[in-house]
Design a protein around this ligand. Structure first.
Ligand SMILES: Nc1ncnc2c1ncn2[C@@H]1O[C@H](COP(=O)(O)OP(=O)(O)OP(=O)(O)O)[C@@H](O)[C@H]1O
Ligand SMILES: [Mg+2]
Length: 258
């Protein structure tokens, strides 16, 4: 079974990942996509989550908002139709991948293969920090992303500063030397904007400004990652190639060197 997604050389792929449920993957996916689209970019969301949250958000999107192409990758069909199903239109420049909760460690290599940026939302709680330390181990040891660490950025989500849980999260991230690329507040603006199929960047409400500003470091980091050309190291390594063919949860863009 062929698992990689047909892509083109100008495609920029951002994978939003953390097998821990409810940490903000879909929230990051839709807000990032809405922002990129509202700036006139051609954007697609690939939704691997069987809950289909990002696809639902797309359906809510008002007709006059910037268009975003949706690809429901969770809806697995026969291998014959699968590559058609996962097809990224040629005009799409940014592909944002929303991944499901509970991704098995052995699928991480393929999920992150060919990604320009890997965004990991983490909640400031003991349970989430513990789960994140397992994820980092899996990314390093099983998915072997160690040589592309620069591609991984953590977003602390639903943060209430000056709490013990937040300080613990900061200590954890410092101990790993992984970039903390953004800190998002716990804010109902994310809930209200999502109900309308909008990103917070598309809300005409001056009160969202405090939350919108929090995204600037994330965009700054992404801009640099997205313009750093992929190398062979950014693709899954050959030793996991055979396992990859047995996986059901796929992705990748163009092959190295194409
Ligand atoms: N910064 C935030 N402030 C307030 N609410 C938030 C924030 N981020 C996410 N949420 C809310 O938390 C819930 C879970 O978020 P989300 O669906 O994005 O997580 P997820 O990681 O995609 O979950 P799953 O693993 O189930 O796919 C949602 O109701 C969302 O609206
Ligand atoms: Mg989700």
């Amino acid at each position: 079974m062929r698992l990689s997604v047909p892509g083109h050389k100008d495609l920029r792929k951002i994978v939003v990942l953390n097998p821990k449920g409810g940490c903000g993957k879909s929230t990051l996916t839709v807000n990032l996509s809405g922002y990129l689209a509202s700036r006139g970019n051609s954007v697609a969301i690939m939704d691997f989550d069987p809950q289909g949250s990002a696809m639902r958000w797309l359906k809510q999107r008002p007709g006059n908002s910037a268009p975003i192409h949706g690809i429901s990758a969770f809806d697995v069909r026969s291998s014959a139709t699968r590559s058609w199903q996962l097809r990224v239109p040629n005009n799409v420049r940014y592909l944002v991948v929303d991944s499901p909760a509970s991704v098995p460690a052995e699928n991480l290599a393929e999920l992150t293969s060919g990604a320009h940026a890997i965004l990991i939302p983490i909640l400031p709680s003991d349970i989430d920090v513990h789960a994140a330390s397992q994820l980092m181990k899996d990314l390093l040891l099983i998915a072997k992303v160690s040589r592309r660490m620069g591609r991984i950025g953590v977003v602390a989500n639903r943060v209430r500063e000056n709490t013990l849980a937040y300080r613990k999260l900061m200590r954890f991230l410092n101990s790993l030397s992984i970039s903390l690329v953004g800190v998002l507040r716990d804010s109902q603006h994310y809930v209200h904007s999502a109900e309308q199929g909008l990103s917070i960047h598309e809300m005409h409400n001056s009160r969202v400004q405090r939350d919108v500003e929090r995204w600037q470091p994330i965009f700054g980091w992404l801009e640099e990652r997205l313009e750093t050309p992929l190398t062979r190291r950014d693709f899954r390594r050959p030793e996991v190639q055979t396992e990859v063919h047995q996986l059901t949860m796929p992705i990748g863009t163009e092959k190295p060197g194409t």
